[in-house]
Design a protein around this ligand. Structure first.
Ligand code: UP6
Length: 276
């Protein structure tokens, strides 16, 4: 699967969010997702308007926006239509099925009503997928399981990662892939199980070209390491694009978004053997 083009893979997806994401990647020739972790809605919307042309997906943490009101979601959806990208609320659900169904559908944010893709920790077991899918499947949404994390000392390794993949395999209508650091095809198969014809999307945070990490355990790898060497499909970049001094300067943000888009796409072309 890692050798196939995004277009070839799009055609085989049955989940609408997975298909739309792969089609968007192919149409816009970008596997860049920008993570916009800022606390003011004006900054949030300005950065998204700037990076919009260069991304397939925007990743949000809406609960860090201090001056949040529902108009932020209206604007976000307008930008999604204007620039042709999907929306991924990085909610990292982690509770029992009944609670996550409420958190996903209700409350201040009503995530399921606007976020094409969201994610969950597999730690509660398969019931977290049942809870979220009861809300998300009728809306055509997709779920990513956190099979690995980018942070130093992460506990999501080994048999935990393998069980996450097994949970995904059992829920292919809703689970479209993983937040992980490597491709997961065939991971966790028992000896008596034959290799299924499966295509999980792998979206990878912890991507940076200028830093190796931060002071709080984050670890960065380059787009080339992530896409070419580890076979991941989408690079998720936050502070590398808007970080430190850039956030207020749209030109600086644009330059970084173009740079990460180019690096991610070059690594993909090399992986599937397309000459630039
Ligand atoms: N994120 C990680 N690592 C994970 C999972 N999620 O960094 O394993 C998320 C963070 C943040 C973004 O919540 O929103 O990806 C990374 O931001 P950065 O590029 O600024 O470090």
């Amino acid at each position: 699967v890692a050798m196939q083009t995004y277009a070839q893979r799009a055609a085989k997806q049955t989940n609408p969010a997975a298909r739309a994401l792969l089609e968007t990647i192919e149409r816009k020739r970008t596997n860049l997702c920008v993570s916009v972790d800022v606390t003011k809605q004006a900054d949030f919307l300005r950065i998204i308007d700037t990076v919009g042309p260069y991304i397939c997906l925007v990743k949000t943490h809406v609960d860090v926006i201090e001056d949040f009101d529902s108009s932020v979601i209206d604007r976000l959806q307008e930008l999604s239509a204007k620039h042709d990208f999907l929306i991924f609320e990085d909610r990292k659900f982690a509770d029992i099925g009944n609670t996550v169904a409420l958190q996903y559908s209700s409350g201040v944010y009503k995530i399921a009503s606007w976020s094409h893709i969201t994610n969950a920790h597999p730690v509660p077991g398969p019931s977290i997928i049942s809870g979220l899918s009861s809300v998300g499947v009728p809306l055509g949404r997709g779920l990513l399981l956190l099979a690995e994390m980018s942070t130093k000392g992460s506990l999501a390794t080994g048999s935990y990662t393998e069980e996450a993949v097994r949970m995904a395999r059992a829920n292919r209508d809703f689970v479209i892939g993983f937040i992980a650091q490597h491709r997961m095809d065939g991971v966790g198969l028992r000896e008596d199980e034959s290799s299924p014809d499966e295509d999980f999307l792998v979206l990878t945070p912890g991507v940076g070209l200028d830093a190796k990490g931060d002071a709080m355990g984050q670890q960065y790898r380059t787009p080339r390491e992530v896409v070419l060497e580890s076979g991941c499909d989408v690079i998720i970049v936050g502070r590398g694009v808007y970080g430190k001094d850039n956030a207020a300067d749209p030109d600086a943000v644009r330059v970084q978004a173009e740079r990460y888009r180019a690096e991610g796409w070059k690594a993909y072309q090399e992986r599937v053997g397309i000459s630039a």
